[in-house]
Structures are given as structure tokens and as C-alpha cells.
Design a protein around this ligand. Structure first.
Ligand code: OMP
Length: 237
């Protein structure tokens, strides 16, 4: 499937940032058919949530295993080899050359797609500087995207602010996934580089990751459906 063929509703990835498998299953039941793609990250994975990947896949849902791996190349390669057996569609690694190379090697011929996290959406220029980087956000995102592309990584995670320039660099060869999504009026929380769903899609994102605005909403299903409508409108679908 080319990116242009992804249905508006399948472009929303709901982050199951919840404290237990029970809480995640209750949220999945509330969202029902409205959500087709889920993300399992630190909070749920470390609370016993990894088997949910296979369970969701068996029900026809897609799962993004947001494990943000970063270690010596061999460890990342062997870890990716294990993740590839869980049934996930995407897995994240941090966009360091050895890490990305290890993940691509460990994935081998499996269908799992490797996404490289460029610069976290909670970081701005000052945060990068404090972490010891000399490049600014857009320069570092672009440099890492170029390295990821050369190493055979499948997609990039960035804020929607960088998606336009990333598209120019990687074309449609790589999948662009953007967290830092905030429907108009919702709290930004710890996110610093944010956009509304409609603007992120217009900027060129393939998939939007949304956590708290959906899972903490009074009506998560209605909120997810409103995001779908905004995505469809932005696509002119
Ligand atoms: O890899 C990610 O998904 C990710 C990368 C990034 O740069 N920023 C970011 O927020 N995320 C994840 O996306 C989700 C965003 O959640 P909310 O801020 O609650 O919408 C969280 O699960 C984060 O771990």
C-alpha cells in the first residue's frame, strides 16, 4: 500500500499509555472498531503489555511497539530479532547509527518496520543544547533522517514541524510518523513541538500518534472519531 492509499481512520495511532493490561483492554473495548492502530510503549510494556501485541494483531489491529531501543549494535540486533516475532507492524529505535544498523540487521527479512526516533517532541533547542548537542532541532532531525535512509531504516518519528523538510529529503521512500499531536484546545503537557491533526496531515505526515488527548478524554471514542474527521478533511477525502 502506498502512503496515499492509507485510509484516514488508519492514520491515527492511539498510544495505550495506561498502567495495566486491564486498563488497556478496557480502553480498546471502548474504542471498538473506531481505532485500527495502537501503540504500546514503556508504561504498558513494562506492566506486562507485550503479549497484547499478538492479541491485537490476531484481532486484525496493527500495533506499534514503541520500545525506543538504544544499546550496542549486537544487543539491538538481537532485541529486534525477538520483537519481530511478536506481531508488531512498527518498532522504534533511537536514531543513532550503530543502533539503526543493528535494528535493520536484526529485523532481517521479517515484515516488522523499523522507525528511527529523530529528536523527541518534548525537546526544543535549549533541551538539545543542555544534552550536549551542537546542532539545532531541525539540523539534527535532518542529519539523522539522512543517516537512517542510508542505513535502510523504514520510517522516521519526528514532530510535525519537521515533516515538510523530511519529505523533501526522503521522498515517499520512508514512512513519516508524528507524535506531538494536539487537537485544538487540548493541553500540550510535556510536548514542545506540536501541531493539530489537520495541520500535521497537511504538512505530510503518514501517521499521527495521539495518547493523552484520546485516552484521558471523557469520551475517547468520540475524540478519536473527531481526529479521523479532521484527518479526512485535511486529505480532502
Ligand atoms: O516514539 C514515539 O512514539 C514518541 C516520540 C516522540 O518524539 N514523542 C512522543 O511523544 N512519542 C510518544 O508518543 C506518545 C505521545 O503521547 P501524548 O503526548 O500523550 O499524545 C507517547 O507515547 C510518547 O512516548
Amino acid at each position: 500500500m502506498t502512503p496515499a492509499e492509507i485510509a484516514p481512520k488508519d492514520r491515527l495511532i492511539v498510544a495505550l499509555d495506561l498502567p495495566s493490561v486491564e486498563a488497556a483492554e478496557a480502553m480498546i473495548a471502548r474504542l471498538g472498531d473506531s481505532v485500527s492502530f495502537y501503540k504500546i510503549g514503556y508504561q504498558l510494556a513494562y506492566a506486562g503489555g507485550l503479549p497484547l501485541i499478538g492479541k491485537l494483531a490476531d484481532k486484525g489491529k496493527k500495533v506499534f511497539a514503541d520500545l525506543k531501543m538504544h544499546d550496542i549494535g549486537n544487543t539491538v540486533a538481537r532485541g529486534t530479532e525477538s520483537v519481530a516475532k511478536l506481531g508488531a507492524t512498527f518498532v522504534t529505535v533511537h536514531a543513532y547509527p550503530q543502533t539503526m544498523k543493528g535494528a535493520v540487521e536484526g529485523r532481517g527479512s521479517a515484515s516488522l518496520k523499523i522507525l528511527a526516533v529523530t529528536v523527541l517532541t518534548s525537546y526544543n533547542e535549549d533541551d538539545l543544547h543542555a544534552a550536549g548537542y551542537r546542532l539545532g532541532v531541525s539540523e539534527l532531525v535532518e542529519a539523522r533522517a539522512q543517516q537512517a535512509q542510508v542505513l535502510g531504516v523504514d520510517g522516521l518519528v519526528s514532530s510535525p514541524e519537521e515533516v515538510g523538510s523530511l519529505r523533501k529529503i526522503v521522498g515517499h521512500q520512508m514512512t513519516l510518523v508524528t507524535p506531538g499531536i494536539r487537537p485544538a484546545g487540548s493541553a500540550s503537557g510535556d510536548q514542545k513541538r506540536i501541531m493539530t491533526p489537520g495541520r500535521a496531515i497537511t504538512a505530510g505526515a503518514d501517521y499521527l500518534v495521539v495518547g493523552r488527548p484520546v485516552v484521558e478524554a471523557a469520551d475517547p471514542k468520540a475524540t478519536a472519531e473527531a481526529i479521523h474527521a479532521e484527518i479526512a478533511q485535511a486529505l480532502g477525502a
